[in-house]
Design a protein around this ligand. Structure first.
Ligand SMILES: Cc1ncc(COP(=O)(O)O)c(C=O)c1O
Length: 486
């Protein structure tokens, strides 16, 4: 494929773009229980207008665009007020949870470089439920990760295990509010107290829960303390592009003070072009996501969000009750916001997910890891609430249908194969390719039903899963070389 010789007329151009979406998840119908946080048509119109209004301004240089500086400082102030901050709280707008977490880990690493010269191999201590973004940040930043066990009933961090994992190289303790997989709040006050006792930093990942939890509290729910008001918490992240319903590319990372945030900022004068000084990872960046986030907060206001919290809280409870009435299923832990995970000891949840797909729903399978067995995740969004009864009816039918479906014969073969393989040196990509052909996912293609693939992934060691997924992605993103230009 090549750039067309001459430009397309805009009708053709937009029809083509629209056509590309044919096989996408149809999230606007409210039957998608992950990935998209639909703010509804009115809010969407506001977001789009604000986004396009600031589309081309460049966040690279906030001194040239004071509007960008103002938007960011106002958003950070609103976030700080929302999350127990005070006059010393500082922070920055980022492109998402991953970038916020990346910034927090970088700040911790560089804080240690400045203040703890004895730390030569900085390490962060994470409960096994902490988001993968911490592993990713640590991987990019050359920081070690120590994963600690959780309570297998509540799926909350085990603080004694975190204490035991601290060494003279530890720089940061992490807790979630809420965790993505099970939607629970870790014992943040205890984790932060432990960090303070040991002279360590403490980051709260409130990417998912930071925005809605304060409204849950106002509704009278017993939300554990999790924010900057907790002594010992030194930084916190919160995504606007989740339950504040901002356009994607919108999160914030906050610090207790400038002393810590200083280590987040990067400056480079070591080349012949313009001076670089960036607060976050990105350099040139659209101010669209920033303006859209500011706009959506002003669109809904506290009253709007409180009402959304009330609705999703009530809907989530109806779903939890509905799942409890299906004998084969059980909700894992006690969800503290509007996400939940359920599993089964008698039917294969991966088949259940496929059966739900066949009935027109998207639900998200999660693989077994540590104390968490394989399960299905639901994010309960406002536009899903119209479907609660229908979804539960189809869930019961899906469980019924999944009961007789077989486990892939590959599960035994692959399980045995990996029992004796040393993965520490990686795997020959050719072997991984063979495995993918065997599982029907060669060449970046996925089968219509995913149960077999998920069953196999589920029994693979974590390292093998990762190697396989990397090969899959390496195949999936294949330029359309052989397609005609028009
Ligand atoms: C708890 C938590 N932290 C971090 C992230 C990462 O956020 P993002 O996908 O915006 O990078 C997520 C995403 O779902 C999350 O749930």
């Amino acid at each position: 494929m090549q750039i067309p010789d001459s430009g397309l007329d805009s009708d053709t151009l937009f029809q083509t773009l629209e056509g590309f979406r044919e096989r996408d998840l149809t999230w606007r119908d409210g039957r998608t229980w992950a990935y998209v946080y639909d703010p509804g048509a009115d809010a969407e119109a506001v977001i789009k207008r604000a986004f396009t209004m600031y589309l081309s301004e460049n966040g690279l240089d906030p001194t040239s665009f004071p509007s960008i500086l103002r938007l960011e400082n106002e958003l950070v102030a609103m976030a700080a007020a929302h999350l127990g901050g005070d006059a010393n709280t500082v922070g920055n707008f980022t492109s998402g949870g991953t970038e916020s977490i990346f910034c927090a880990v970088k700040s911790a690493r560089d804080h240690a470089r400045a203040h703890r010269p004895e730390v030569t191999r900085p390490a962060i201590v994470l409960p096994e439920t902490a988001h993968a973004a911490f592993h990713k940040a640590a991987h990019y930043l050359g920081v070690d990760v120590v994963v600690t066990a959780i309570d297998a009933e509540t799926f909350k961090a085990d603080v004694a295990a975190m204490r035991a994992a601290i060494t003279d190289q530890t720089i940061l303790l992490v807790g979630s509010a809420v965790s993505y997989a099970h939607c629970v709040v870790d014992p943040i006050a205890e984790i932060a107290a432990l960090a303070a006792e040991k002279g360590l930093l403490c980051h709260v990942d409130a990417c998912m829960g930071g925005f809605l939890l304060p409204y849950y509290k106002r509704l009278g729910e017993a939300v554990p303390d999790f924010d900057l008001a907790v002594p010992g918490v030194t930084s916190i992240s919160m995504d606007f592009h989740k339950y504040a319903f901002a356009a994607k590319g919108a999160s914030v990372v906050l610090y207790r003070s400038k002393d810590l945030r200083r280590h987040q900022i990067y400056a480079c004068s070591n080349w012949s072009g313009y001076t670089i000084v960036n607060t976050t990872v990105q350099s040139s960046k659209s101010a669209g996501p920033l303006a859209a986030a500011w706009a959506v907060l002003h669109h809904f206001g506290e009253e709007g969000y409180l009402e959304i919290a009330r609705q999703v809280r009530d809907g989530t409870q109806r779903i939890i009750d509905g799942i409890a009435a299906i004998p084969e299923l059980r909700v894992m832990g006690r969800p503290e916001m509007n996400l939940l995970a359920f599993t089964s000891d008698s039917v294969d949840v991966f088949h259940v997910a496929d059966e739900m797909k066949a009935r027109g729903w998207y639900v998200q399978p999660q693989l077994a890891y540590g104390a968490s067995k394989e399960n299905i995740h639901l994010s309960v969004n406002p536009n899903c609430l119209q479907w609660v009864d229908d979804m539960l009816k189809d869930l019961a039918a899906s469980v019924e249908a999944a009961r007789d479906l077989p486990t892939s014969p590959l599960v035994g073969v692959v399980g045995q194969m990996f029992a004796s393989v040393d993965l520490s040196q990686g795997l020959d990509p050719a072997v991984v390719q063979q495995m993918m052909q065997l599982g029907g996912i060669g060449g970046g293609a996925l089968p219509e039903r995913m149960a077999e693939v998920n069953q196999v992934l589920n029994v693979l060691p974590v390292k093998a899963r990762e190697l396989l997924l990397i090969e899959f992605m390496n195949d999936l993103f294949a330029p359309a070389h052989d397609q005609a230009a028009r």
